[in-house]
Design a protein around this ligand. Structure first.
Ligand SMILES: NC(=O)c1ccc[n+]([C@@H]2O[C@H](COP(=O)([O-])OP(=O)(O)OC[C@H]3O[C@@H](n4cnc5c(N)ncnc54)[C@H](OP(=O)(O)O)[C@@H]3O)[C@@H](O)[C@H]2O)c1
Length: 414
C-alpha cells in the first residue's frame, strides 16, 4: 500500500447511540485521530455527536445527511460501524459500493460486535471488506480491557512459560437487560443474550487461551454445547414492564428471546492439548451494575477479574435521592447504599486501548489483532451454541449445517 503511514486517521461514525458516545469519549485517550464525520438518520442525534466531538477536541466533525455522503467525504479515511445489528450488512454494502466505484477514499472499516447475525451475513461482511481492499477491525472491547491485557501478559510470561499453557478460560457477562427495544427483538438483533453478550465472552476467553503472538486460528474448535433459558422477562409482570417501556413490538409473553445462556466450548491447540471455554451470560442479573467475570486457569496458576470489585466505592444513605447510578458504573440499578465505581470505565472495559489499536493499525497499514475473520469465527461459535441448545445435543465442528442456520428466536415471524 502506498501513502502509509498516515500522520493522522480521520474517522467517520455510522450510528450516534450509546456505543458511539462511548467510543467518542474513549478517543480522548488515543493519539493521531480526529472524528471528522457522522451519519445516522436523525439530524438531532448527528448534531449531538458533532457537538460532543468539538467539546472533546476531536473535531471539527461534520454531520452528513446520507451514508453515501459520509463515505464520499474528502476528510474521512475510516468508518466505524456503530449502528444496530440489522443495519450492518446494508452499511457495508454502501461502503463497498462507493469504494469500488472510486467515489470514496475510505481505506479501513471497524465494526462493533457481533459482526453479524448469521454466518452467511458475517462471511459477506468479510468478503465485501476484502473485495474493496479495505483494512478491517472487529470491535471486541473485552480483548482490550486493561485487566485482560495486563493479566494475559503476566500469566503467559511468568506462569505458562515455566509450567505449561493455560487450559481453562471462564468468562461471564451479566446485566439487567439492554436499553433499546431492538436488542430485545430476536429477528432484529439476531437472537437474545447469547448473541448480544456471549460474543464478548467466547472471544475474550479464546484470546486469553491463545499464546501471545500466535494466530487466533492456532486454536481449533472441536465441539460446542449450549443451553438457553428464559429466567425473568417472560414472567407476566416483567413481560408487561417490557411492553410498557418499549411498546408492543417487545412482546415477551408471546415472542421472547432467551435472557440466559451458557456455553461450553472444547478446543484443541496445535500440539493436540484439550482446552475449555466456559461462558455464561444473562440479562437477568440485578446487581450493582454490569458484571464481567473472567478467569484463566493453568497447571500451577490462576487469574481472576471481577469488574464490580472496584477499588473505589461510594456509600450514600437513604436520605440521598436521585436517579439510578448509571454514571457510577454501566447498568447500576440502585442510587443508594454501598456502590462500586469504575473510575475509568472506558479503560477498564477496553474502549480506549481498542480504539488506540485500531487507529494505529489503520494509520500504519497493519492488520488489527481483532479483524473481520475473528468476527466470523465468533459468529460460528455462537451459531453452534444456538443449534446445540435447540437440538439438545453437542455440535461437533466443522459443522457445515450451520452455514445457513438462523437461531430459533431470530426466525421471521409467521
Ligand atoms: N462493545 C460493547 O460492549 C457494546 C455495547 C453496546 C452496544 N454495542 C453494539 O453497538 C451497536 C449499537 O448499539 P447501541 O447500544 O449504540 O445502540 P443504540 O443506542 O440503539 O444506537 C443505535 C444508533 O444507530 C443509529 N441508526 C439506526 N439505524 C441506522 C441506520 N440504518 N443507519 C445509520 N444509523 C442508524 C441510531 O440513530 P438514528 O435513530 O439517528 O438513526 C442510533 O444512534 C450494536 O451492534 C451493539 O451490539 C456494543
Amino acid at each position: 500500500m502506498t501513502g502509509f503511514p498516515r500522520e493522522r486517521l480521520r474517522v467517520g461514525f455510522v450510528g450516534t447511540g450509546f456505543i458511539a458516545e462511548f467510543h467518542l469519549r474513549a478517543m480522548i485517550g488515543v493519539r493521531n485521530v480526529d472524528v471528522t464525520g457522522v451519519y445516522s438518520r436523525s439530524a438531532a442525534n448527528r448534531e449531538r455527536i458533532c457537538r460532543l466531538a468539538g467539546e472533546l477536541g476531536l473535531g471539527p466533525c461534520r454531520s452528513h445527511e446520507s451514508l453515501e455522503e459520509l463515505v464520499q467525504a474528502d476528510d474521512v479515511d475510516a468508518i466505524w460501524i456503530l449502528s444496530p445489528n440489522d443495519t450492518r450488512l446494508g452499511v457495508m454494502q454502501v461502503i463497498h459500493g462507493e469504494v469500488t466505484a472510486g467515489r470514496s477514499k475510505v481505506f479501513a472499516v471497524a465494526c462493533e460486535k457481533p459482526l453479524a447475525r448469521t454466518i452467511g451475513e458475517a462471511r459477506e461482511m468479510l468478503r465485501l471488506a476484502e473485495d474493496a481492499r479495505l483494512n478491517h477491525g472487529y470491535l471486541e472491547n473485552q480483548v482490550f480491557c486493561t485487566p485482560v491485557i495486563r493479566g494475559k501478559e503476566i500469566i503467559w510470561r511468568r506462569a505458562a512459560s515455566t509450567t505449561g499453557r493455560p487450559y481453562l478460560a471462564r468468562a461471564a457477562e451479566e446485566h439487567s437487560g439492554p436499553h433499546e427495544p431492538w436488542f430485545w427483538q430476536g429477528d432484529r438483533q439476531g437472537g437474545g443474550v447469547l448473541s448480544d453478550m456471549m460474543c464478548h465472552s467466547v472471544e475474550v476467553a479464546r484470546h486469553l487461551l491463545t499464546a501471545p503472538d500466535a494466530p487466533r486460528n492456532s486454536l481449533r474448535v472441536k465441539s460446542v454445547n449450549g443451553t438457553v433459558a428464559n429466567l425473568k422477562w417472560t414472567r407476566p409482570h416483567y413481560a408487561d414492564q417490557l411492553r410498557q417501556r418499549f411498546g408492543n413490538e417487545v412482546d415477551y409473553g408471546n415472542r421472547p428471546s432467551e435472557d440466559f445462556a451458557r456455553g461450553n466450548i472444547l478446543l484443541e491447540d496445535e500440539e493436540g492439548n484439550e482446552l475449555v471455554i466456559e461462558a455464561t451470560t444473562s440479562w437477568a442479573y440485578v446487581g450493582a451494575g454490569l458484571r464481567i467475570q473472567l478467569e484463566l486457569l493453568g497447571p500451577e496458576y490462576a487469574m481472576e477479574f471481577n469488574s464490580l470489585n472496584t477499588g473505589l466505592k461510594i456509600f450514600m444513605s437513604r436520605a440521598v435521592t436521585g436517579a439510578e447510578g448509571e454514571d457510577l458504573v454501566e447498568k447500576q440499578n440502585a442510587e443508594q447504599g454501598l456502590m462500586p465505581v469504575l473510575d475509568d470505565e472506558a479503560g477498564v472495559y477496553g474502549y480506549t486501548d481498542e480504539n488506540r489499536h485500531m487507529v494505529e493499525c489503520f494509520r500504519t497499514a497493519r492488520r488489527p489483532l481483532e479483524n473481520f475473520e475473528d468476527g466470523v469465527a465468533v459468529v460460528e461459535m455462537l451459531m453452534g451454541l444456538y443449534r446445540s441448545a435447540e437440538i439438545g445435543q453437542t455440535v461437533t465442528f466443522p459443522a457445515p449445517e450451520l452455514d445457513d442456520y438462523v437461531p430459533l428466536v431470530a426466525r421471521p415471524r409467521r
